[in-house]
Design a binder for this molecule. Structure first.
Ligand code: GKR
Ligand code: MG
Length: 429
């Protein structure tokens, strides 16, 4: 058995994405993702997936060169490799990001987002070599299936006219009836029983009405609302007051730990975040101030599956709940999320996943949700197989894209429909 990395393949792709609305704008017709393949000297290939925007691509190339000759089992070494790679300072602001809604932007976080793609690929290769599933390499599963929530979005029926885009079959959802109709499609197609609505799009009263309509249509089901920090403390408290009887939690109602702490002090509605606790460095202040009750992990920017387990252990120690955040992603990441989530003991909230919004994938078989759950694979590695023709097709789209769509930019996408649009400053309401 030779675990030496003999080759690394990096394939940037563009994946179709529906016109999903958020507080910054709307999703572009295509989202960049990066598929990572790590090939061992024995010819075993492991796959990983991470962000495909320019700033990530700039880091993955030198990372890949340094990986050749190392062992796929040397997962700790991935962090050493990452530390060696210089980050162009213009790529990180140290501020909360505009365009990704994933919290602070630092050089370390950028490196960790790159590590995660390689860590997943190494674990997949290692698992395939040893004949063991990734969850076993992570210490073993404590459940056989992982529950996900329906991720509801306000959305247009189609991308603005004149924009080349795939047509989706979800229709529009721009009011409470549309949101409920979308939720019904989610339950019919995938069996989800908890629902999260991406908010911060319309004035809070309209979003309160949508949650009320969901509560009426799905009595007793867990509901969440996430305006990505678009509200003031006062507005957050008003929404918490109005929806306190039906919400499982409010997600990032206000931006940043101090504002979240202020909201948390004055409401019994639990607060979740994927914006103010997105790095280990942010934990101390947030937990000390009791600003958040649930941290939404994301292996992409926390630095991989093992860092996600460490985050979960910290949350458990401090009595803070843990669940999972999601951005546009494909089946490789869903498989990775499912393996790690299967190993986390105290997972009491359904995880988020954008996967149902992605009609395209790079796998020979799509992952499926049964009763809102993804079964944990016991096949070696991640238990997924790359469809090389699909990968080549999506890569060709990336190469040939006339608009040179290289970076996620919800604000720019919104300007196509509304030339005056500027991402609103926060708090928006
Ligand atoms: O894809 O529009 C979106 C989401 O708003 C995403 O960017 C967020 O990062 O899903 C995320 C969230 O829960 O905040
Ligand atoms: Mg969120």
């Amino acid at each position: 058995m030779n675990l030496t990395v003999a080759d690394v393949r990096l394939t940037p792709i563009l994946v179709a994405d529906p016109p999903l609305l958020n507080t910054q704008g709307v999703h572009q017709p295509y989202t960049p993702r990066l598929i990572v393949e790590v090939v061992t000297a024995d010819g075993v290939t492991g796959v990983g997936e991470t962000y495909g925007d320019t700033k990530y691509l700039e880091l993955v190339r030198p990372f890949a060169e340094r990986l050749v000759g190392r062992q796929v089992s040397d997962l700790n070494g991935l962090f050493t490799v990452a530390d060696e790679i210089a980050v162009d300072a213009s790529r990180v602001s140290g501020q909360v990001d505009v365009g990704g809604l994933r919290g602070v932007q630092t050089a370390d976080k950028l490196r960790l987002s790159v590590v995660s793609g390689f860590e997943v690929a190494c674990l997949d290769a290692l698992g395939k070599t040893l004949g063991l599933p990734v969850h076993t390499l992570l210490g073993g599963k404590v459940r056989d299936a992982v529950e996900y929530s329906a991720y509801l979005f306000y959305k247009w029926a189609e991308h603005p006219q004149g924009v080349a885009a795939e047509k989706d079959d979800w229709g529009a959802a721009l009011d409470p009836a549309g949101v409920v109709a979308q939720a019904r499609i989610f339950t019919e197609r995938y069996g989800f029983t908890s629902f999260k609505l991406k908010g911060g799009v319309f004035p809070p009263d309209q979003e309160i009405a949508a949650i009320r309509a969901l509560a009426e249509a799905f009595p007793g089901h867990p509901l969440r609302l996430d305006p990505n920090g678009a509200w003031s403390v006062e507005t957050s408290l008003r929404v918490a007051e109005e929806l306190g009887d039906v919400l499982e939690y409010l997600e990032d109602p206000a931006l940043g730990t101090p504002a979240m702490a202020e909201v948390a002090r004055a409401t019994h509605v639990p607060l979740a975040t994927n914006m103010c606790v997105t790095t280990f460095a942010e934990i101390k202040e947030a937990f000390t101030r009791d600003a958040v009750q649930v941290v939404l992990s994301d292996h992409h920017y926390w630095g991989g599956l093992r860092n996600t387990q460490q985050l979960a252990a910290l949350c458990r120690t401090f009595g803070v709940g843990v669940s999972m955040h999601s951005n546009t992603h494909l089946g490789i990441s869903l498989a990775a999320m499912t393996h790690v989530a299967a190993t986390v003991p105290d997972l009491h909230h359904a995880c988020d996943s954008h996967y149902p919004w992605q009609s395209e994938d790079v796998l020979t078989e799509r992952l499926t949700f049964e009763g809102g759950r993804v079964a944990v694979s016991d096949a070696p590695g991640l238990g997924v197989e790359l469809d090389r023709d699909r990968l080549a097709f999506l890569h060709r789209r990336w190469l040939e894209d006339d608009g040179r769509l290289r970076d996620r930019d919800d604000e720019a996408a919104m300007r196509v429909a509304d030339p005056e649009w500027v991402t609103p400053s926060v708090p928006r309401w």
